[in-house]
Design a protein around this ligand. Sequence first.
Ligand SMILES: CC(C)(COP(=O)(O)OP(=O)(O)OC[C@H]1O[C@@H](n2cnc3c(N)ncnc32)[C@H](O)[C@@H]1OP(=O)(O)O)[C@@H](O)C(=O)NCCC(=O)NCCS
Length: 161
Amino acid sequence: MINILKIKFSIILFLASVIRKLRVFKYRIRGYDIPYSAVIEGNVKLDRLYTKGIHIGSNTLVGSGVVILSHDHCKRTNDNQPYLIDTYIGRNCFIALNSIILPGVKIGDEVIVGAGSVITKDIPSNSVVAGNPARIIRTGIKMNNFAALENWTVENGWIIE
Ligand SMILES: CC(C)(COP(=O)(O)OP(=O)(O)OC[C@H]1O[C@@H](n2cnc3c(N)ncnc32)[C@H](O)[C@@H]1OP(=O)(O)O)[C@@H](O)C(=O)NCCC(=O)NCCS
């Protein structure tokens, strides 16, 4: 029974990874700067006006419902065009469900953005941020290539020197 479950789980994982790669392929064709190692879940909204302005690092996981912007409507250029600005998310980050990343923000490497956060300012590497507007709630975290924590365990919780 356990073996059947394991096989079923492996098949689901395999199919999910194929779908995710196809999704990234589609984004790359449209101009987004996203590596194949990044995981972009379904129902993510990436700015459609300035696709080249969205940069996402390797192994970063962007959760469902996240919005990432690279333009503003109310701020205009001298010829009355929308203001375009690049937005960066580093590598090995976990951007949790329903967060909003505002245009022009730079998020470092190995960062966790808590569920439902609004990121209004640059975020330093190796930190956890949460809330609206997002505030740093932890520093010194380490994230691996699965966008998962290295210094947290079920038994001991956070292990931060
Ligand atoms: C960001 C996160 C990892 C933080 O975990 P943590 O460091 O253990 O945080 P804690 O529970 O110790 O909370 C620390 C403080 O941050 C606040 N906080 C934590 N997550 C928050 C969030 N998403 N939004 C606002 N505030 C948050 C807590 O209220 C607490 O505030 P206090 O110190 O005033 O009491 C976690 O809260 C989170 O959002 N996980 C994502 C879950 C998710 O999206 N799951 C689906 C996976 S696809």
